[in-house]
Design a protein around this ligand. Structure first.
Ligand code: NAP
Length: 259
C-alpha cells in the first residue's frame, strides 16, 4: 500500500494576508501563522495596532510586515496588494477577518447609515479583497481564502439585522466562490465563530457573559481568539486541499444545542 501522508501539514514560508489583524481573532491568527513559519502581512484600519502586532511577531523572530488597510477603501486594498506583489511576489492565503459590530434596530433614524457601513466592511470588503488579490492567489501552489462569518450567519439576534444580513452574505459569498474558483484549485471556506472574548465583546458585562455561556454554550464559556485561529490555520494547510465551500462553526457547540 502506498504511503498515506503525502500532503503537507506545514504553512512554513507561505505568504498570508490577514485583515483586521490588530486585535482579537485577527491578531491571534497572525501570531499562530507566524509561529508556524508563515510570512504574515498584518493589516488593520488602525495602523498603531497593526504596528504593535507586527512588532510582537518580529520581536519573537517571526516574519511580518504591517500595512494600514481599511477594507471598505478600494484604493487602499489595491495599494496593499501592489505592495505585497513588490515585497513578496506571492500570496498564498487571504484571511478576510476585519469586522465591526454596530447593533441597530430597524426603526432607528440612522439605520441606513449603519446598514451601508456594516455591509461595506463585513461583506463588500471581503468581495473587494478577493477581487484584488485573485491574480496573485492564482499563482500559489496551495491557494486558500478563508472568510470569517459568525453564528449570526445562520441564526439571528434581535436588533442586529445589518450584521446578521452581512454574515449570512459571507456564507453565500463563500459557497458561490467555492463553486466558481474550485476548478482553479483555489479553496474558499468560511468560519463561523460563536461568542469569543475579544474587543468586539468587551463591553458585555462579565456576569452577562457567564449567564449566556451557562445557558447557551455546551462548553459553558466564551471561546478564546486562538481557538478560532487554529480552525483558520487548519483550512489554510496545503493538506486541506479538498475542503472547499465549508462552513466551519467554532462555537463550543452553541448552535446545535436545543435545550
Ligand atoms: P476585534 O477584536 O474588534 O477585531 C476586529 C479588528 O478589525 C479591529 O482591529 C478593528 O479595528 C478592525 N477593523 C474594523 N473595521 C475595519 C476596516 N474597515 N478595515 C480593516 N480593519 C477594520 O473583533 P473580533 O471579535 O476579533 O472580530 C474578528 C471577526 O470575527 C469579525 O469579522 C467579527 O465580525 C467576527 N466575529 C466575532 C465574534 C466575537 O464574539 N468576537 C463572533 C463571531 C464573529 P477597530 O477596533 O479600530 O474598529
Amino acid at each position: 500500500m502506498s504511503k498515506l501522508s503525502n500532503l503537507s501539514r506545514s504553512i512554513k514560508g507561505k505568504v498570508v494576508l490577514i485583515t483586521g489583524a490588530g486585535s482579537g481573532m485577527g491578531r491571534a491568527t497572525a501570531h499562530l501563522f507566524s509561529d508556524e513559519g508563515a510570512k504574515v502581512i498584518v493589516t488593520d484600519i488602525n495602523k498603531d495596532r497593526a504596528d504593535r502586532v507586527t512588532k510582537e511577531i518580529t520581536d519573537s523572530k517571526g516574519e511580518a510586515i504591517n500595512l494600514e488597510l481599511d477594507v471598505s477603501n478600494k484604493q487602499q486594498i489595491d495599494k496593499t496588494i501592489e505592495e505585497i506583489q513588490s515585497t513578496y511576489g506571492a500570496l498564498d492565503c487571504l484571511i478576510n477577518n476585519a469586522g465591526i459590530s454596530l447593533p441597530s434596530k430597524i426603526d432607528v433614524e440612522n439605520y441606513s447609515e449603519i446598514w451601508d457601513k456594516t455591509i461595506s466592511v463585513l461583506l463588500k470588503g471581503q468581495v473587494e479583497m478577493i477581487r484584488s488579490s485573485l491574480d496573485l492567489i492564482r499563482e500559489s501552489e496551495s491557494p486558500r481564502i478563508v472568510n470569517i462569518s459568525s453564528t449570526e450567519g445562520f441564526g439571528a439576534t434581535p436588533g442586529a439585522s445589518p450584521y446578521t444580513a452581512a454574515k449570512h452574505g459571507v456564507i453565500g459569498l463563500t459557497r458561490s466562490l467555492a463553486t466558481e474558483l474550485g476548478k482553479e484549485g483555489i479553496t474558499v471556506n468560511c468560519i463561523c465563530p460563536g461568542p469569543i472574548t475579544t474587543d468586539m465583546t468587551s463591553e458585555i458585562p462579565e456576569d452577562h457573559k457567564e449567564i449566556y455561556s451557562r445557558r447557551r454554550v455546551p462548553l459553558k464559556r466564551y471561546g478564546d481568539p486562538e481557538e478560532v485561529a487554529h480552525a483558520t490555520l487548519s483550512l489554510c494547510l496545503p493538506a486541506s486541499s479538498f475542503i472547499n465551500g465549508a462552513v466551519l462553526t467554532v462555537d463550543g457547540g452553541m448552535s446545535i444545542k436545543r435545550a
